[in-house]
Design a protein around this ligand. Structure first.
Ligand SMILES: C[S@@+](CC[C@H](N)C(=O)[O-])C[C@H]1O[C@@H](n2cnc3c(N)ncnc32)[C@H](O)[C@@H]1O
Length: 266
């Protein structure tokens, strides 16, 4: 699906978000608190809009499992004369050594991950102790009116625009389902905490249709407990055993019946 949407991905992003998406990315990059000599991973980098928007100076690397997305990211980096090496890899089995990065950011990628808990553990593994993670993702507003408006937009506006502008695979039906089925911000925060992150917090943007989570890879203590956000008993190993707490299945995490006209990934 991502292969198929890659060529029109940037344009659809701008259109479906009314041009707001780049502002959300800038907000997430501010929360990343980048230092000049940092090593930064843009995970699920897609066409590179996050990594390429970072200030010059730090080492930045993009990683994604869709070659067509990576090709576009590499082309944009060449055109902008930006050093942004991209690496093919799966978020659940990252091709990096432990503690390779000081900062890690995921933009609109988390809801696509079939095992968010495993992905968070991988993110923790490749971050140095004390390294910062930022997750920018669609969310659902808590206010009744905003929630209703957001659902209406996702269920009617998005598919209509997508049929008009991007006929072909039903990627934007998937967008709707994956946003509506993605866990609430509190659940994401708990999962981050159980994956080894402390000082986890989040902030809503644009009436809560988008949320930015951030946290810090624990420096000591045993991650994996669900005793609360940031809770980690001292003196235990840094890597967490899988937590018993469970997330509801996401659109990415369960098999879906094919939609009429939908192209299946080979
Ligand atoms: C909606 S795009 C987001 C791209 C970009 N970060 C942005 O801000 O626009 C989601 C990306 O996640 C990638 N992705 C999904 N699951 C992945 C996985 N398990 N491992 C690596 N990349 C994945 C897809 O290939 C796609 O490029």
């Amino acid at each position: 699906m991502f292969e198929a949407v890659a060529p029109g991905y940037d344009r659809m992003n701008r259109l479906l978000s009314f041009g707001l998406d780049q502002g959300w990315r800038r907000a997430a990059l501010r929360d990343l608190k980048v230092k000049p000599n940092a090593r930064i991973l843009d995970l699920c980098c897609g066409t590179g809009d996050l990594g390429l928007a970072l200030p010059r100076g730090p080492l930045r690397v993009g990683c994604d499992f869709t070659p067509a997305m990576l090709e576009i990211a590499a082309r944009k980096a060449r055109t902008g004369r930006v050093a942004f090496p991209v690496v093919a890899g799966d978020a659940m089995r990252l091709p990096f050594r432990p503690e390779s990065f000081d900062r890690l950011i995921v933009g609109f990628g988390a809801r696509n991950l079939s095992d968010l808990r495993a992905a968070f553990r991988e993110m923790h593994r490749v971050l140095r102790p004390g390294g910062r993670v930022v997750i920018l993702e669609f969310s659902q507003p808590t206010g009744r009116f905003a929630r209703w408006g957001n659902r209406l937009w996702l269920r009617t506006g998005v598919p209509w625009l997508a049929r008009l502008l991007a006929p072909g695979p039903d990627a934007y039906g998937y967008l709707r389902d994956s946003v509506l089925e993605f866990p609430e911000p509190e659940a994401i925060a708990r999962t981050l905490a159980s994956g080894g992150f402390e000082r986890v917090s989040w902030r809503p943007l644009w009436f809560g249709t988008v949320a930015i989570h951030s946290g810090r890879a624990v420096t000591e203590g045993r991650p994996g407990s669900d005793r609360g956000i940031g809770a980690a008993p001292p003196g235990a190993p840094r890597r967490a055993p899988p937590s018993a707490a469970s997330l509801p299945p996401t659109a990415a995490g369960r098999p879906r019946p094919p939609r009429p006209g939908a192209r299946r990934a080979e």
